[in-house]
Design a protein around this ligand. Structure first.
Ligand code: F6P
Length: 540
């Protein structure tokens, strides 16, 4: 840690972070007095506070900062050792210190990085990626490798073993290949319905689990295997595929070893959509589209490594995140894609951001000295305008928003698209400007004491960042998703937390084993939930 910063060890790093944040907070007091509405009157602002890369325009001119604040944030990135940590990340060093391994998901899309992979992983990875693309091409033609018919794929997985992949499917699909059905939560309703509706003789099941120890996935896998076996006997095995770090465990669940694609342990679940985890989507869209997406992510990897920090999108987006979270003290972050195809982006980013930096312990093992991950949530626009936006405009918490728009849609309805973009931009403007009581009174032609004036006024000063994509092809999508991955990494460096572990999800998972026994009446429940266990047993 200490060699990656300019200071003298973990304690000094934390002190220096606190000092720099305190300076920024003090500086922000003056900016708050001026307010965003005044700042945005400067016509040079858009040029000053926007940047372009990989077909993405990032506009942060409606964030309440000025050049001094931005310079201080850029200094914070330098003194936190962002450049050195980034070099370590890309060199395959063991940046995931609590699991003692690298975080090399970029090697899935940037072959130049294979030289940094541990052991014989470069050749294993190469083989797995090639096998995946070959299998995807066969499935895309509606066939099994042995020639059987394929019309439907059931993709079983949870968290990173499903979310990113599903987002890609929604964003770029439906392709010309088989239809995909995603089964995540252990809730059996969807899977039971699929078993009633689909024909096992033309369905393929892909179990995706890095650990192959996740109960949700194993339970669905067991049921689906029986469903195939009941209908097809021995032929069932040909229709079972898996993506996992453990071929043995997948085989124990009835998947033939030749049908298991390898997922290295240095790819975290939430960073794994670039890997064979996305076999189902590559099969549906065709391998070319998938390869294009990898290319887009590679573009962003190179940009992140090479662009100067003041033009570097992941660095800038991360610094604005730090500004909102640690300087302004905003607890949440909204993600509003003005494009139906990106409807799952909020859920995916929820996992990428909250599982990566929702941490309270530093790399040095000390309690963190400042707030970390904001609560991430969102919904597509314009739908969100009829649910979330009331609170965004007039609620007591300020929620900075990421608005994502696409200039050229893949349909011909220019009027509808213009309306969509007009909504995104007008919201950005209204949130920044607000409407003072005087303005409201004038516009409503209201009397001096009209009580409605207060209700219909807007404080403004609410920040929005806009990500504007030229179009939403596979390549741009790859760049966008990689941009957010790297933004999270930069924030983790500044906060001194490990972005690549997720110990926080363990405790509840391990306790579920005891609760299961208690629900069956085979053990005494924990007193914290005993009343509910009793009631469930009584009512069942
Ligand atoms: O939510 C915890 C987690 O470990 C995620 O990181 C991962 O994406 C998910 O569970 C699924 O894990 P697995 O792929 O091992 O089934």
């Amino acid at each position: 840690m200490s060699d990656k910063t300019t200071s003298d060890g973990p304690k000094a790093d934390v002190d220096s972070l606190q000092q720099q944040l305190a300076m920024l907070q003090k500086y922000n007091i003056n900016l708050s007095r001026a307010g965003l509405a005044a700042l945005i009157e400067d016509t040079a602002r858009f040029g000053q506070f926007s940047a372009n890369a990989c077909g993405i325009l990032y506009d942060y001119s409606r964030v309440r900062i000025d050049q001094n604040a931005m310079d201080m944030l850029l200094d914070l990135a330098s003194s936190s050792g962002v450049a050195a940590w980034r070099a370590s990340l890309f060199a395959g060093e063991r940046v995931n210190i609590t699991e003692n391994r690298p975080a090399m998901h970029m090697a899935l899309r940037t072959p130049e990085l294979h030289q940094h992979l541990p052991g014989d992983d470069a050749s294993r990875l190469q083989k797995a990626q090639e096998a995946m693309l070959e299998l995807a091409a066969t499935l895309h033609r509606g066939q099994l490798p042995n020639g059987g018919e394929v019309t439907n794929i059931i993709h079983v997985g949870i968290g990173g073993s499903l979310l990113g992949t599903r987002l890609v499917y929604e964003a770029l699909g439906p392709g010309a290949g088989p239809a995909i059905h995603f089964v995540g939560s252990v809730d059996a309703h969807l899977r039971e319905r699929l078993m009633r509706e689909l024909d096992p003789a033309s369905t393929v099941v892909i179990l995706v689990s890095k650990s192959f120890g996740t109960p949700d996935t194993l339970i669905h896998g067991k049921r689906l295997r029986r469903w195939l076996e009941d209908a097809l006997g021995e032929g069932a095995r040909e229709r079972m595929f898996a993506v996992s770090g453990s071929v043995e465990r997948a085989e124990q669940q009835g998947v033939p070893g030749k049908n298991v694609l390898y997922l290295p342990d240095w790819v975290g679940g939430r960073y794994s959509l670039w890997s064979p985890v996305s076999l189902s989507v590559a099969a549906c869209l065709g391998p070319e589209q998938f390869t294009q997406m990898l290319q887009g992510a590679r573009d962003m990897d190179l940009h992140f490594q090479q662009a100067p920090k003041q033009e570097n999108l992941p660095v800038l987006v991360a610094l604005i995140g730090i500004w909102h979270r640690n300087v302004c003290g905003y607890p949440a972050q909204g993600v509003i894609p003005y494009d139906l195809r990106l409807g799952l982006l909020p859920s995916h980013l929820q996992q990428v951001i909250m599982e990566s930096t929702g941490k309270c312990t530093t790399l040095g093992g000390e309690p963190v000295s400042c707030a970390t991950a904001a609560l991430v949530f969102g919904e597509i626009g314009t739908d969100a305008q009829h649910s979330l936006f009331q609170a965004f405009h007039q609620g007591t918490d300020i929620v900075p928003l990421n608005l994502i728009g696409v200039v050229r849609p893949d349909h011909d309805d220019a009027e509808a698209h213009e309306e969509l973009l007009a909504n995104m931009l007008s919201q950005a403007s209204a949130l920044a400007r607000g409407r003072s009581q005087d303005q409201t009174r004038r516009e409503l032609n209201a009397s001096e004491n009209d009580p409605l004036v207060q209700h219909r006024s807007f404080a403004g000063d609410r920040p929005t960042e806009v990500m504007l994509l030229d179009q939403l092809g596979a390549r741009q999508l790859g760049s966008l998703l990689a941009l957010y991955e790297h933004k999270v990494f930069v924030e983790s460096v500044i906060w001194r937390v490990n972005a690549f572990d997720q110990w926080g999800v363990e405790l509840g998972k391990t306790m579920a084993a005891d609760v299961r026994l208690a629900l069956r009446g085979e053990s005494e429940p924990d007193i914290a939930i005993a009343g509910l266990v009793r009631e469930i047993r009584k009512r069942n």
